[in-house]
Design a protein around this ligand. Structure first.
Ligand SMILES: [Zn+2]
Length: 262
């Protein structure tokens, strides 16, 4: 049901990437679809989410989700947002593709099916973040926007950050249209190795691109963990927009820090 990062091993840190296993949704959303935005039964998604929250020992009224629109907008999540988007669609926060918080016992959630989840943990300032990085967010340097926002809001230093780059469509499977490749090339001129030509097609490496963006803003190389799990090749374990021809569910990335009372 849950995938965790070996480097995110702080005792107060709660985090996970959900898989497809352990839920109640029926095909083509089988079984642990975490998204209310898909044409899946809302009651099934609600049950799936309840199971995940229970497994993580967190309360739904402490979970927060925002809309996702492939932007590089960052939202500072506060107590006032607690519970928004946790168990239904209407209460979801307005769009922001990165969520950051330093409030204990608030858990940030975002949904994915081929886009790259980025998770951030600052053990010094006790802050966390989750970001949604598809090709557009990646080309907009959403990883850097998140690091910057954590610095501005919490005083986080890039050198203190632990970052995880989660499962997404890999460089093996992510062929992009020529006009997309052109936009990526224009947006990421310093990243020479992230586009590769093969069999007359252009492939984009979301993992390497986000890695290089994080390095460029000062996150130490040894503090960045990359899952290197391609969702297209592992569509039995993770939802993949491409493998499912656009008809599938979404898995979630969740992160937060336990409060003192726990
Ligand atoms: Zn692949």
């Amino acid at each position: 049901m849950l995938l965790r990062f070996a480097s995110f091993n702080h005792p107060d840190l709660v985090h996970a990437i959900t898989t497809r296993q352990g839920g109640v949704s029926e095909a083509p959303h089988d079984t642990l679809n975490m998204s209310f935005s898909r044409p899946d039964a809302p009651a099934a998604v609600k049950e799936n989410r309840r199971r995940v929250y229970a497994a993580l020992e967190i309360r739904p009224e402490r979970v927060v989700q925002a809309g996702q629109i492939h932007s590089d907008d960052v939202l500072v999540v506060t107590e006032a947002h607690a519970g928004r988007g946790a168990l239904d669609r209407p209460s979801v926060l307005p769009p922001a593709d990165a969520l950051i918080t330093n409030q204990p016992d608030l858990y940030l959630l975002a949904c994915f099916a081929d886009c790259t989840p980025l998770l951030f943990f600052d053990p010094v300032r006790r802050a966390v973040a989750v970001a949604h990085a598809g090709w557009q967010g990646t080309a907009k340097h959403i990883g850097a926007a998140t690091v910057r926002a954590m610095g501005d809001a919490f005083g986080s230093q890039p050198a203190d950050l632990q970052v995880a780059i989660g499962p997404s469509v890999g460089p093996c499977c992510y062929n992009v249209w020529p006009h997309v490749a052109e936009q990526i090339r224009a947006a990421l001129p310093m990243q020479r190795e992230v586009l590769a030509e093969r069999d007359g097609q252009t492939f984009f490496d979301l993992w390497q691109s986000n890695f290089e963006t994080l390095l460029a803003c000062g996150v130490p190389r040894e503090q960045i963990e990359i899952s290197r799990i391609c969702t297209v090749d592992h569509a039995d374990r993770f939802y993949s927009h491409r493998a499912g021809n656009g008809v599938t569910g979404r898995f979630a990335a969740i992160i937060g820090l336990r409060g003192e009372e726990h």
